[in-house]
Design a protein around this ligand. Sequence first.
Ligand code: NAP
Ligand code: HSE
Length: 435
Amino acid sequence: MKKKTIKVGLLGFGTVGSGTYRMLTTNANTISYTTGVSIEVSKILVRDLSKKREISAPAALFTDQPDDILKNPDIDIVVEVLGGVHPAFDYMEEAIKAGKHVVTANKAVIAKDGPYLTNLALEHKVALRYEASVAGGVPILNALSTSLQANEFTEITGIVNGTTNYILTQMAENDMDYETALKQAQSMGFAEADPTGDVEGFDAVNKLSILISTAFGLRVAPEDIPREGITNITKEDIICAKQFGFTIKLLAQARRYRNTLECHVQPAMVPLDHPLATVKNEFNAVFAKGNALDNVMLYGKGAGAMPTGSAVVGDLLEIARAYAVGTADKTIPTAVNDNVNLKFDGEGQNMYYINLLAEDMTGVLGKIATTFGDYGIAVKSFVQNTASKQSGRYVPLIYILGETTRERLNDALEEISKFTFVKEIKSVISVAALD
Ligand code: NAP
Ligand code: HSE
């Protein structure tokens, strides 16, 4: 029996687009015998036709005209791996309206307009899949929406950005400086076109918004998620963290308490014996707590050409297999968000690590402790780092504080910073609340 051939239009041939193409061509035989369909890439949209490319494809496939894909009646599935919101969103919308199935790795678009595009896909009876948009090759969205779907989740905590995890790992383990580590992450294809999205936490916020929709059925817009990136993390913080038994990771976390959901993206001290502490470089991991399964953690490469290509091609094949029997529109992974039993309630409370520089004189410790106490903040542990006394006068004071809101902490720190004996509040980093 002749196998069905499904035609694909690739929007983009950068890190992910070329990884997707390579995966489709390298594993063509496996794909064909496991799915019963053949996949043929018919056209590839790029911006610059004259660019030299590390991974080659026949020159005739390349075009700089989006209509060669979007208005091509032979193309069944459009894979969007351009990046950015526009024109990526517009092309996906047009493809869906033209009755084409869509696969994307674009977390910016899905976090912003996922519910609209999902509804549009349902209306036009086509599939929209976006596994690669969260944690690269780690199949977390599929797991949450299929095998784990019977669970009621109380927590999702993830390291979901490969670039920042690569930088923090290199700073901690190879004494590399921030700029060099960022440049390496860019050259390996992990970073966004504008790496500000990675290092300032915007990319992780987009991914957390998608995870929250998938796990909790609640829509929290990316701009509403409290966010902090890694640009203020210093080598001194990393060394101090180690002394206290922690490593610093950029965590995306959502926690459910009865009918409320708290969430944030921020650098956090993770205990060295927690599984998330062992997630290094471009690897990602998502740790979920369900009421039936309890704890589960999915781990793997969160960025890069082939790991992300693996997730894109996985989605493609899911659609292709269903398309061959006429049920592709039933493969949409996530319901449109409408969990009326759950309300978003901001950032919540966290424990914090504080490193401040103060004069080495009598009465200082008492005044600082009293101020924290006045704001209802407990001091859980404290170290006066006399060994690194600076300029003969100032000494680093390191506190681990009990749970408090960021707002209350900021008020307490503002008052503390007014003491004449306080030179500088050097670092404020959350301490992760983890099982
Ligand atoms: P990239 O390397 O910058 O590649 C982008 C590709 O799209 C290039 O081939 C570029 O053409 C093309 N392109 C961009 N804008 C275009 C336009 N207006 N018209 C025509 N072509 C255009 O990006 P990437 O790293 O592959 O990322 C693609 C998407 O996947 C993003 O949404 C990203 O967030 C997501 N993602 C990336 C990774 C990763 O590890 N990199 C992992 C998961 C998800 P030229 O080649 O001619 O410049
Ligand atoms: N820039 C992203 C990261 C790509 O570093 O995780 C994968 O989504």
